[in-house]
Ligand binder design. Sequence first.
Ligand code: BYC
Ligand code: FE
Ligand code: FE
Length: 473
Amino acid sequence: MSISRFDSIPNNVDLSSDRKLQKALLRWQPNYIDWWQEMGPEGFQADNIYLRTAISVDSGGWAHYDYVKMPEYRWGIFLTPRATEQTIGFGDDYGQPAWNEVPGEFRKELRRIIVTQGDTEPASVEQQRLLGKTAPSLYDLRNLFQVNVEEGRHLWAMVHILHGYFGRDGREEAEDMLVRRSGNEDSPRILEAFNKPIDDWLSFFCFAMFTDRDGKYQLAALAESAFDPLARATQFMLTEEAFHLFVGESGVNRVVRRTAELMTQDPNGDVRNLGGIPLDIIQRYINEWYSASLDLFGGEDSSNAATYFATGLKGRYKEAKGRYKDHVALGESYSLDRPDDKGGVMMEDIPMRRAMNAVLQDSYRNDCERALGRWNKSLEKAGRSERLSLPSARFNRLQGVFMGFSALPDGTPTTRENWQRERDTFLPTEADRDYVKSLMAKVYEPGKMANWIAAPAKGVNGQPQDCEYVRFT
Ligand code: BYC
Ligand code: FE
Ligand code: FE
């Protein structure tokens, strides 16, 4: 491994002056490349893709666009710069100087949070590795790869912190990031949603909409952290994350627009006759991915969350930007919707600090509702009266206070038997998945779109609609 290769890692952490960190990253890098070759997008490693690469932290010009082969992508390490010394923005040590090293007493918790965050990044690349074969256009193919290489960079960001601040156990955790595999029975990825297959494009768009958006809120909570290197790394990750969310939200919107168009064309409003995706299937996919993504917030009533807040590890969404007045949150309470012991629901006041996962979930839900509003606007504009909706947080949960509870998508409690009987109207069925998969066929001609999805409003980075985003070799 030559030093010039190492110099090709763009960074603003002065890597060239830290020999020890250099050595650790140099050892890890070939394993990462091996992992990328094995688990990255299958069948496209030799092609030239029109990709964005982060090259600096300037808000004006942080990204560079050019054709690159994915294994040669320059995965860099960037921390958002600070103008002044940072202070802790919340919790018991509110106002004290932020940490530039890991405090011994929180080392275990911090490492766990960083490992959990880092693990999701390669997991998503693994989940999406076969999607390129059925891309609905070159534009979408390129966007998929853009998301994939940036998730790779997000792994680099967390591995840099593990190597730079956690010594030997950090190095071991970094190795393990490349050993676990999404969906593998013996060594699965850590969080459940990252072990679910993503083998059609509607799932991919829902994942980027709902699951990457959990990523946005988790990263935003970590961007408030008292551990300053983590706060700065996650802050920069958020600049890339915005594009992933765009891919998801606009992707679903384009499917909805095309469906509405086809509904109007067919005399019976049945888009299957015309090769479109019916709205009820889209709704079931929304129900599935939204509920799976809520589980990623952890329990709504959580002693872990209380500890993370008290110790300054994890804050609330825009904690420092003035969203909240009381940054200590000791005297407050949160009114939590939860099951009672008779199969119904009740409200219970719990201490605010225990409710921090629920508070983050609330910010997330508002954001999702805004996107749903846009999709419904598309239906309205097309002259349709049908509407899409988000399921209740009580619906279909595997984590949190509603874990295992039986509720309809609108939140009405029901019996287990009734839920089972009705299940196929709420969640994707095998037939739904088979139908959606039957529509998935590659369209690689510049400017052309598969029949089930509308064209995007504009090209990437000012490119024309018929740009050859992927040059096959
Ligand atoms: N699955 O107090 P609780 C992204 C465990 S996505 C499995 O309820 P806590 C991305 C928990 O570990 C963002 N286990 O929750 C998106 C605990 O275990 P112990 C990823 C779970 O700890 C798309 C017990 O249950 N980032 O970036 O407050 C593409 C009780 O925990 C789950 C992060 O997640 C679950 N869903 O919160 C690419 C940030 N939920 O202690 C990338 C880092 C809970 O009893 N992670 N458990 O053994 C965290 O901050 C927290 O670990 C969680 C859980 C928010 C995940
Ligand atoms: Fe990410
Ligand atoms: Fe992402």
